[in-house]
Design a protein around this ligand. Sequence first.
Ligand code: CP
Ligand code: NVA
Length: 308
Amino acid sequence: MIKPNKLAKNNFLSSLDLSTDEVLHILDLANNFKNKKLNIDLSNKVLGLIFDKSSTRTRVSFQVAMTRLGGTTIDLNPSTSQIGRGEPIKDTARVLSRYCDVIAIRTFDHLDLEEYAKWSTKPVINALTDLEHPCQALADFLTIKEEFLNFKDVVLTFIGDGNNVANSLILCGALLGVEVRIACPKGYCPNPLFIKKAREIYKNENMLRITNDPYTAVSGANVLYTDVWSSMGQENQKEEKDKVFNGFTLDSDLVGKADQDAIILHCLPAYRDKEITDKVFESKKSRIFEQAENRMHAQQALLSCLLS
Ligand code: CP
Ligand code: NVA
């Protein structure tokens, strides 16, 4: 029977903290958890959750994942703890690592997450920063693997803002050898260092394409993925971004240019008739709610490895 292996790195701050084999191992474990073929006991283990931004899926899927493993979670509300009053991260991290066995953090600046990891003596998980959303990418590729059984010849097209979700897709896609195409407006491209890093991992420039034309990007693709145009923390840019992203809505026209068996993914929350039409969102091709469920299975797998 498959067992969780210890990961080479103590933290999961970036998709790049895992090797290809480790991603495949986590996806394998997640599949076993999902099919109730694996029972791991993490009783007495405590996951601390810090959310400086809102969350439904990440918060609840971590809570349920930990409960299913026999452990518990503490959801630290920044506004009712000293975190919101400005206690230094290095102090909070040192205190929490004396109570908790692992800490998942959602915050704005990725450097703040790294500061937690620097001072914590327990594993730190990225539950989303402005730069990356690596837990989301694990669930995304689990959903893709369920659909296509392996990653060979799968083309994943992301249409939207090249920020956290796109960045993690690029990196995890490179580790798994999945061809990734990003269609974004000018000025909203993914992180250039990640593009460079992904191309080094692929050892093939053509496996990652960045374009400003959604039609070129979706042509023949197997997975069409989109995300909100205005991310958390960008509420004041909404009007401007709605204008800039005009033409980047995932609609039936774009879907018609993809492979006929293409599936639709969205990390959620979704804004209908902005980044995706209701028709596409609700279509038979959508695997959006499988993807949301997979957050929980992938995180059960991740937690089992980090705490093994
Ligand atoms: N996809 C995702 O991370 O959702 P939440 O913001 O609800 O956690
Ligand atoms: N890019 C989005 C992802 C939400 C899960 C955001 O940062 O708000």
